[in-house]
Design a protein around this ligand. Sequence first.
Ligand code: 13P
Ligand code: SF4
Length: 377
Amino acid sequence: MSIALEPLPFPPYRELGNDELNARISAAKQELGSRLLILGHHYQQDEVIAHADLNGDSYQLSKMAADSQDCRSIVFCGVHFMAETADILVNRPEKLEERNGHRVGVVLPDMAAGCSMADMAAIRQVESAWKQLGEVIDTEDLTPVTYINSAASLKAFCGRHGGIVCTSSNAKAVLEWSFAQRKRVFFFPDQHLGRNTSLKMGITNDQMPVWNPHEEEHGGNTEQAIRDSRVILWKGHCSVHQMFQADHVQSFRKNHPGIKILVHPECPQEVNDIADISGSTSKIIETVRAAPAGTKWAIGTELHLVNRLKKEHPEQEIHFLSPLVCMCATMYRIDLAHLCWSVENLVQGTIVNQIIVREEIAKWSLVALERMLKVSK
Ligand code: 13P
Ligand code: SF4
């Protein structure tokens, strides 16, 4: 199979209607059979999810990539960091050996599907922060923890420095593991997941300084605040989940007595603290599935998932928590046209938009990812 280094001509696909795109994707899938695995994150639009072989949250998708058996290509309907994680796990040394060196091609149908949160922490900023922290505290006492929503270079940094990766499904278990190794944690890039999880473990806000990578001195903190810290939080956030506000919760409680508030832990603390339930996208789905008919929900997570839950559960009353449209614009870049283009190229023997993590980065990222997979099987 050849690897296309230049993007292939895309325009003809945009002109096709959904019926034709659906038919062509189905035909390509049939032709490729078990050689192709399409993975879809829960935030994808319904048309795309309809073609996914497996759906999941970030943790489940990384497990699926790690466990995949006989596929030769993975088309990842998610965002860039997810495709990187899939490449690292599916092409780890023992898997390559089992396949006699054959690399599974991991495809991101649109290279513009990034993550604004992941972009808030660059490796040079993390390295500079680590060095500055080392001037105040002993970094041998500090476990670096990166949310999976980060570039592979940050995962590799954690691998090299005795650290670990977490997802929103296993953040508490990962923090417990981290505190069993060392007395402090450096958590990046999502301050909200780090703070909300730590608060549940009895750590207080005054033990959690926020490191602002744009501040010259100690991320904007005093040396004393760093010495007193248990968790140092990176000043990053998800642009989708930070839009949910405590006012939205109060307004639903006032206007819909008995309503339950269900949110993702990437939401700010003031929302997370007053919600009835907080959990990863899978936990949100499972909670709604398990609820009796007639349950009323206001859900604070990405719009496409909430709309899908509404359709799947007409027996319940489901509202979107914000009056604004909170959708992940980058996930939304993956559409039927890009999916069709990717899979038809695979049929022709060409891998377009392949995500390949450099060997050294992949090696150390794998160390941090395997620690995570061991902590929460
Ligand atoms: P989970 O899939 O871990 O719930 O995270 C949500 C998210 O923001 C993915 O980018
Ligand atoms: Fe990134 Fe937020 Fe989109 Fe997830 S929902 S991919 S964290 S911007």
